[in-house]
Design a protein around this ligand. Structure first.
Ligand SMILES: Nc1nc2c(ncn2[C@@H]2O[C@H](COP(=O)(O)OP(=O)(O)O)[C@@H](O)[C@H]2O)c(=O)[nH]1
Ligand SMILES: [Mg+2]
Length: 357
């Protein structure tokens, strides 16, 4: 799962990226993996994993990870498709969600590309490029679908009507995400691949003193169906350089909640619309894995290993809380809270699953 970090130049993207990278390097069970200099693989904190691991005597713990990509190169006119601009848009197209860093600190030592700090204007400047790129794509697609649409092709008619609505929304400065397709054209968004249909998390890059999402950003997020968190990126990057106990002391002094980056990572993970399931056995690893919401026991088996999926017999399933309350698998079985499910079982968030194969 890939999250793209976007924002105006100097918004604090690389600073946030560095904080994430170092935090990852500090806590990772496995050596930190750098795919390249602009990709951070970050563990998703989940306290349920430790509870499950402890209950069944599993070790080590292997959290789920997500990738953050520092996507540089937003310039005005990116949507016109010149050089860097094209690369910027192509890089965003490959992500599953967007983490939009918005400058909300007032350090005069950091030049602002638009002259003054104005979070709402900054958001709009970035999103205007995405909207323009989508508009061009949607109009091209509409021209094609209009030729197909006619009596007897209900899907093309529905797609045409949806595309007209999308073009209208984009033209008015809105996002494709806010135009749900009718049932008959439910595959249309997949074909359009709009940048503005990706879920968005705004990261307000705040002064160390503040700790709330500034009102302008919170309001914008609420209006557009996006999420928002506030992070003092520079302080987090500096804290990530310190030893763990030094950093804790500094956090206490600065009155920064421990969980700034964790909250960011969790919010980003939630944005992806996934559920988490666990696998854990005594003397073996305890592992958290993600699955698209609505995924089945069969899909879960495939996430564990293709051989296990191929040999799928049944799944033994228990909500993590029930397992922890029972104190282990044997006790859970005695209590009758360990269920046997078939391949079509829809996995619930927090299930602990053993695939018999
Ligand atoms: N005072 C302050 N400066 C910051 C903060 N975040 C970033 N900066 C500074 O702003 C400048 C640009 O940050 P950078 O992360 O490179 O921005 P990018 O262009 O979005 O990648 C750097 O000099 C950072 O040290 C912050 O939270 N507070
Ligand atoms: Mg940068």
């Amino acid at each position: 799962m890939k999250i793209g970090i976007v924002g105006l130049p100097n918004a604090g993207k690389s600073t946030l990226f560095n904080a994430l990278t170092r935090a990852g390097a500090e806590t990772a069970v496995y050596p930190f993996t750098t795919v390249d200099e602009n990709v951070a693989v970050v563990e998703v904190p989940d306290p349920r994993l430790a509870a499950v691991a402890e209950t069944v005597g599993a070790s080590p713990m292997v959290p789920e990870t997500i990738e953050f990509h520092d996507i540089a190169g937003l310039v005005r006119g990116a949507a016109q498709g010149e050089g860097l601009g094209n690369r910027f848009l192509a890089a965003i197209r490959e992500t599953d969600a967007i983490c939009h860093v918005v400058r909300a600190h007032s350090d005069e030592g950091v030049p602002h590309p638009q002259g003054s700090v104005d979070p709402e204007a900054d958001i709009e400047a970035v999103e205007a490029e995405l909207i323009l790129a989508d508009l061009e794509q949607a109009e091209a697609r509409l021209a094609r679908v209009e030729k197909q649409a006619g009596p007897g092709d209900d899907e093309a008619v529905a797609e045409r009507d949806w595309l007209r609505d999308v073009v209208e929304a984009l033209g008015a400065g809105g996002a494709a995400r806010n135009v749900p397709p009718p049932h008959a054209a439910r595959a249309a968004p997949e074909r359009l691949q709009a940048l503005t249909s990706k879920p968005v998390l705004y990261v307000a890059n705040i002064d160390e003193a503040a700790d709330e999402v500034p009102a302008a950003i919170a309001a914008h997020a609420a209006r557009t169906g996006a999420a928002a968190v506030a992070i003092p990126a520079r302080v987090e990057a500096e804290l990530a350089e310190l030893e763990v106990d030094e950093a804790a002391e500094m956090r206490a002094e600065l009155e920064i909640s421990e969980s700034g980056l964790e909250r960011l990572i969790r919010s980003a993970y939630e944005l992806l619309g996934l559920v988490t399931f666990f696998t854990a056995h005594e003397g073996a690893e305890a592992r958290a894995r993600s699955l698209p919401r609505g995924g089945t026991a069969w899909d879960a088996a495939g996430r564990v290993h293709s051989d296990i999926q191929a040999g799928f017999v049944r799944a033994e399933v228990i909500p993590w809380r029930d397992l922890v309350d029972a104190g282990g698998y044997a006790a859970a079985r005695n209590r009758g809270v360990l269920r046997t499910e078939g391949r079509d079982y829809v996995v619930a968030d927090g299930d602990v699953i053993t695939i018999r194969h």
